[in-house]
Design a binder for this molecule. Structure first.
Ligand code: ASP
Length: 329
């Protein structure tokens, strides 16, 4: 039995550990890790399982500090010689942020898989057990090594750096809209179709909480920017319009933030595509580039925010922060 694979499963909560409370007719965290694992039938044929309880929280209750605690725990666990891979269960609402934070802060060749469920255990067609078994099969696959943190849901394997929750209901909600999945889990086997060329690492075990996120819409002004500037925020992420443009009345606030050494990272509110300095009008990308705005590539705002929260613990130098976002492969 010496060569058996051993997978540590770290439980954090989410719908995968929920059932309907009959008093309030709504889902709440209720299942123990052992109760969840009892539904993952036949898994002992594939691997030995070690259960580690981190929390039993809905994912809107998970804070960046908790994500960092989780990162430390995953790192400690994946370094153990007896562990082949680590699976983390998580609520799907903020799963992409936690997965991305783990991806940025942990360098390991071994597979680290984040998984959740869209239907709770009181619903018909609970997807927690099938998602967990697919995650465990991925965690023991030699092909899943050196791929960074992966998200496995609905038999698809996506990179933590690319995946986002796209649908409030569908089992097929986790997508990489820009480039598609890395692979699939078929018949308990993981098949990869492509690799991740761009692997990023931020060497820190701390996180800066005071990073704001603003989504642009027509007619918006600088009031929210000024709120962040006056409230001691250390960084601001803007989900700009289209190719990377903002309404003209936001420009003053952006200028003030940068004058106060608060990095402003711009991504787009479009679901796919990079931001670029294509437009030269007031508030256009070219204007923002001249003001010193950092271009955040094709990440959604919530992920650019995680990256900025980590980068700010390494440096407060604007050009070094820019390097984290604008470096080419
Ligand atoms: N609201 C739940 C959560 O994120 C959704 C889920 O887990 O699917 O905890």
């Amino acid at each position: 039995m010496g060569n058996r694979n051993k997978v540590a499963i770290i439980f954090t909560g989410g719908t995968i550990s929920m059932k309907i409370d009959p008093r309030i007719h709504a889902a709440i965290p209720a299942l123990t890790s052992e109760e969840i694992m009892a539904m993952v039938t036949n898994i002992e044929k594939f691997a030995d399982i070690e259960i580690i309880n981190f929390s039993n929280l809905p994912s809107p209750h998970i804070t960046p500090d908790m994500m960092m605690d989780l990162s430390r725990l995953v790192k400690k666990t994946i370094e153990r010689e007896d562990i082949t891979g680590v699976v983390v269960t998580h609520g799907t609402d903020t799963l992409e942020e936690t997965a991305y934070l783990l991806d940025l802060t942990i360098s390991s060749e071994k597979p680290i898989i984040v998984v959740g469920a869209m239907r709770n255990s009181s619903e018909l067609g609970y997807d927690g057990s099938s998602n967990l078994s697919a995650a465990i099969c991925t965690a023991i696959s030699p092909n899943a090594r050196n791929k960074g943190v992966l998200v496995v849901m609905n038999n698809e394997v996506n990179a933590a750096s690319e995946v986002t929750k796209t649908n409030t209901l569908s089992l097929d909600t986790f997508k990489s809209p820009e480039f598609g999945p890395l692979g699939i889990v078929d018949n308990d086997e993981v098949i990869f179709y492509r690799d991740i060329l761009k692997k990023e690492h931020i060497n820190t075990d701390r996180i800066e909480n005071k990073v704001g996120l603003i989504k642009c819409a027509p007619g918006m002004e600088s009031d929210i920017l000024d709120f962040y500037i006056n409230s001691g925020y250390k960084g601001i992420v803007i989900e700009a319009l289209g190719r990377g443009n903002v309404p003209p009345k936001m420009v003053d606030g952006i200028r003030r933030a940068i004058e106060n050494n608060i990095p402003v990272v711009m991504v787009s509110r479009c679901p796919t595509g990079r931001v670029l300095d294509t437009y030269g009008y007031e508030g256009g990308g070219k204007h923002l580039r001249e003001l010193g705005v950092i271009f955040g590539g094709d990440k959604p705002g919530q992920k650019a925010r995680i990256k900025l929260m980590l980068a700010l613990t390494v440096t407060d130098n604007m050009d070094e922060i820019r390097g984290f976002f604008e470096q080419k492969l």
